[in-house]
Write a protein that binds this ligand. Structure first.
Ligand SMILES: Nc1nc2c(ncn2[C@@H]2O[C@H](COP(=O)(O)OP(=O)(O)OP(=O)(O)O)[C@@H](O)[C@H]2O)c(=O)[nH]1
Ligand SMILES: [Mg+2]
Length: 363
């Protein structure tokens, strides 16, 4: 899973990136950062830790999330300039976008617009994303016009359909309505997935609050959620979270409790981004490795097998499945077999979050 962090200059993107990846990238009040930071975070999952304590494998592998903190201002996005195109590339290839919005007040950190106004900043950023999508559509429509001139009769219908869908979307984008709010059907959205439109991607909003705003965090979250129902919203004190990552576990825990902070930002962000992307985990176990795999909800058993190796998908015979909860209550596989909670599932089986799977296949 690849998430790209975006936001206005000095909103705290790199600070949040550091908190998420336990990184040490440079944060600065004045100079603008020119480097792109790329980092990986493990998806915290007690089930994986637990399975490892049952199997004592040589290796334990958690699911991973990749974060990119891109240099460059979103205001260059629609311009076609070089700085914009690197940024655009990181954004289009992301599975979801994380938008950092400045809420913290600090006179020593100048705000590019002169004042701290989260709603205005979100609108500014969304407009940049809308402009970028409009540029993509314009290019595609021009191309389509040429293609249509030379198209065979049998191909025309498909192209005309695409043209009219794009023109519809274009009209609404001109009224500044992002694609996520255009009420398109699942099928239409799927037919657009190749374009990687930015305003169609899932968006996680991080309200970067100050230490003195922690008590209002929940209120702020529900306020933004009520005006932007399509966004997933999390309020966290970015700077404090980054500093806490540098303490040892016990110190950090004590600190959290005294500050009235809930679970670490890292865990919350990862869990919510998993949820907003419709992702789940299944596990494979054995003496060599206990491993968590990331799949989308609705994935079938052979498709899940394909995550491990295409040979296993191709030669799929069946899957032996037990849910994590069932294994826990049985204690071990032998007992689970006796109680019949270890199931045999075929090609049509839809994998659930927390399934422990052994695939049987021929090569
Ligand atoms: N007081 C306070 N300062 C913060 C907070 N988050 C970030 N800052 C400060 O704001 C400044 C900018 O933070 P960065 O994380 O570098 O912001 P950025 O969005 O990556 O900035 P650019 O990449 O230059 O656009 C730094 O001096 C941070 O220490 C916060 O929650 N509270
Ligand atoms: Mg930065």
């Amino acid at each position: 899973m690849k998430l790209t962090i975006i936001g206005l200059p000095k909103s705290g993107k790199t600070t949040i990136f550091n908190a998420l990846t336990m990184g040490n990238a440079e944060v600065a009040a004045y100079s603008s950062s020119l480097t792109t930071n790329i980092g990986v975070a493990k998806v915290p999952d007690v089930r994986v830790t637990d399975l490892a304590s049952i199997y004592h494998p040589k290796k334990t592998t958690f699911a991973e999330v990749n974060y990119t903190d891109v240099a460059g201002s979103p205001k260059t996005l629609g311009t076609g300039k070089e700085a914009g195109s690197e940024l655009l590339n990181y954004l289009t290839t992301a599975d979801a976008l994380i938008q950092v919005v400045r809420v913290f007040l600090d006179e020593d950190i100048p705000h590019p617009e002169g004042s701290v106004e989260p709603e205005r900043d979100m609108a500014t950023l969304d407009l940049e994303l809308v402009l970028s999508d409009m540029a993509i559509i314009e290019r595609r429509l021009k191309k389509l016009e040429l293609t249509l001139k030379r198209a065979k009769t049998s191909e025309r219908e498909g192209y005309l359909k695409e043209q009219s869908l794009l023109q519809n979307i274009q009209r609404k984008l001109e009224q500044e309505t992002p694609i996520r709010e255009q009420g398109l059907s699942q099928r239409e959205l799927k037919s657009l997935s190749n374009y990687q439109f930015l305003t169609a991607k899932p968006m996680l909003i991080i309200l970067n609050i100050g230490e003195n705003q922690i008590a209002q965090a929940e209120n702020m979250e529900s306020q933004v959620t009520s005006t932007h129902p399509k966004f997933t919203v999390v309020a966290i004190p970015g700077k404090l979270e980054m500093e806490l990552e540098q303490l040892n576990e016990d110190e950090a825990k004590e600190f959290r409790e005294s500050m009235g902070l809930g679970i670490p930002a890292l865990n919350r962000i990862i869990t919510t981004s998993y949820y907003s992307l419709g992702l789940i985990s299944f596990f494979t176990t054995g003496p060599d490795e206990v491993k968590a795999w990331t799949i989308s909800k609705g994935t079938t058993a052979p498709q899940a097998a394909g995550k491990i190796h295409s040979d296993i998908e191709r030669g799929f015979i069946r899957a032996e499945v037990i849910s994590y909860d069932d294994l826990k209550s049985c204690g071990n596989l032998a007992e689970a077999r006796k109680r019949g909670t270890l199931r045999k599932e075929g090609r049509e089986y839809i994998v659930h979050d927390g399934d422990i799977i052994n695939f049987l296949f021929h090569v």
